[in-house]
Write a protein that binds this ligand. Structure first.
Ligand code: PMT
Length: 223
């Protein structure tokens, strides 16, 4: 096998949704299919990287030749990411992690009651990528995603700053865009730079993003 631009580099990628239990049979989740994150894992492996893919529950098969870990909840994803961070060069947070989980999941199936309204108390989950970016084992490049229905550039740049990231890939969502689709389009921002990737199959978008990440990595390391 020919060496690639990321040969010898460890890349950790999260993908898919998280499931947050309400009771033993119900959960809170979102429409992430894992396609974008799995495409990134494949593209990074093609570039020669030693890839670890940490995935929420999806119906996809992991690319061959990578390390694969399946998790369900945001807390499990956090624990898996943190315990696989050593010697990581690039972290890419593509998972649609639930910001909140039911505060007190019921041990047995909740029964229907006569009341019209039912409320669920939610508790904040750990922010995985913020923890990665501020960790003592911080990878050299921490790349996040931003899924936005409105004001894409504003919210993406805010997340880039607040989460302490090196780069953020923003996709417009809602109206049948990005989540679950075979195609995607990205607006990518980093300090002092921006690039648009026009709509294309997720594997093509993933290959372009990995190329951009490789360029940023080399730019950062040539100073
Ligand atoms: O899976 P697909 O169907 O292919 O769809 C792909 C996608 C739309 C899910 C993907 O391209 C995408 O946008 N992923 C991020 C979705 C998201 O949750 O974005 P966010 O703007 O809420 O989060 C911002 C960043 O913080 C993300 O890198 C996210 O992984 C991270 N995060 C969020 C919350 C949390 N508790 N921990 C985190 O690490």
């Amino acid at each position: 096998i020919q060496p690639g631009p990321l040969t010898g580099k460890k890349v950790v990628i999260t993908a898919g949704p998280t499931y947050e239990a309400i009771d033993p049979v119900r959960f809170i989740a979102n429409r992430s299919s894992g396609k974008m994150g799995y495409a990134l894992a494949q593209a990074a492996a093609e570039a020669g990287a030693d890839v670890t893919l940490i995935s929420g529950p999806v119906a996809l098969t992991a690319p061959i030749g990578i390390t694969f870990l399946k998790v369900e909840t945001a807390q499990q994803m956090y624990d898996a990411v943190m315990s696989h961070l050593a010697q990581t060069t690039v972290f890419i947070g593509c998972a649609a992690v639930a910001d909140y989980r039911p505060a007190d999941p019921a041990p047995t199936k909740l029964k229907k009651s006569a009341k019209d309204d039912l409320s669920l108390q939610l508790r904040l989950n750990p922010d995985i990528i913020t923890a990665v970016a501020s960790s003592g084992e911080r990878p050299e490049l921490v790349v996040g995603f931003a899924a936005e229905t409105d004001d894409l550039q504003h919210y993406a740049q805010q997340k880039l700053q607040h989460k302490g990231l090196d780069m953020i890939a923003a996709n417009q969502v809602g109206d049948g865009l990005a989540f679950g689709q075979d195609n995607n389009a990205l607006e990518i921002f980093w300090e002092g730079g921006h690039k648009s990737l026009l709509e294309a199959p997720k594997l093509e978008i993933a290959r372009e993003l990995i190329t951009l990440i490789t360029e940023r990595y080399h730019a950062k390391n040539s100073i």
